[in-house]
Design a protein around this ligand. Structure first.
Ligand code: ADP
Ligand code: MG
Length: 250
């Protein structure tokens, strides 16, 4: 199986605090990988290092490497915005721009300098269709994105991310601010997007990992304790710590 991302012995500290203690994992192409583990174990930090969001933090020291299609992301001299074009990110709190629904996607294309390269109207429609928003919103695209429901806002943020045509989508607890129905829609969307993208999702919701992820990694205190198929991790964990965590006995 082809690996889209290879994380190699990533160690990361904020000042003197070591938060990732040598994480190594392979993310197969067109898979959904869930990262689970107690609060503070380093899931978001790991996710953020994949699109170099720590670049601007002078306190961060990072060693090891992350490869995207075999090419180093961390050592790359490339502008991190170039990496972020390939590696999109969706956050816990939906964060649409305070603009119209249409302009959320159109502006996303513009700041990534794609507005001259693609048919913007078509790209907006296609991204909204992919995220089940096109029919749902009808011709209401001039409305402010901030007037949408939380679940719609989050799907708009996913639409904005995929409109850039990335290869990888990182999602940091994308449903934890949403109700169960909106959550179910996002999960359906994740399963649909997997044929075109490689997705890494941080989640507190173990049922969500079971429903969406092909592989699951369990992190604890900055280490990847165990990583395997989702079925193996939940049904037949090898490590005692994983077993306790997935049984809710932590
Ligand atoms: P998780 O997402 O698993 O809850 P995080 O990756 O957010 O965990 O955090 C891991 C550890 O790193 C925590 O102890 C947190 O306090 C610390 N941390 C996260 N971001 C920063 C930062 N910008 N500066 C200093 N410490 C941080
Ligand atoms: Mg987090």
């Amino acid at each position: 199986m082809e690996n889209k991302i290879e994380i190699k012995d990533i160690k990361l500290s904020f000042g003197t605090k070591e938060v990732l203690k040598g994480v190594t994992m392979q993310i197969p192409k067109n898979s959904v990988v869930a990262l689970i583990g107690p609060s503070g174990c380093g899931k978001s930090t790991l996710l953020r290092s994949i699109n170099r969001m720590h670049d601007l933090n002078p306190d961060v020291k990072i060693t090891g490497d992350i490869l995207l299609d075999g090419e180093s992301i961390l050592q790359s001299k490339k502008d991190p915005t170039e990496i972020r074009r390939k590696v999109g990110m969706v956050f816990q709190r939906p964060n649409p721009f305070p603009k119209s629904i249409y302009n959320n996607i159109a502006y996303g294309l513009k700041i990534n300098e794609l507005d001259k390269k693609v048919d913007v109207k078509q790209a907006v429609q296609s991204a909204l269709e992919d995220c089940y928003l096109w029919d749902e919103l009808g011709d209401n695209l001039k409305r402010s994105a901030l007037e949408m429901s939380g679940g719609q806002q989050q799907r708009l943020c996913i639409a904005r991310a995929i409109a850039i045509n990335p290869e990888v989508i990182l999602m940091d607890e994308p449903c934890s601010a949403l109700d169960p129905i909106s959550t179910a829609k996002i999960e359906e969307l994740i399963l649909r997007l997997k044929k075109d993208y490689t997705i890494i999702i941080v989640t507190h919701n173990m049922q969500q990992a079971i429903r969406t992820a092909d592989y699951t990694g369990f992190m604890y205190l900055g280490e990847l304790v165990e990583y395997g198929t989702t079925q193996q991790i939940f049904e037949n964990p090898k490590e005692e710590l994983t077993k306790r965590y997935v049984e809710g006995n932590f």
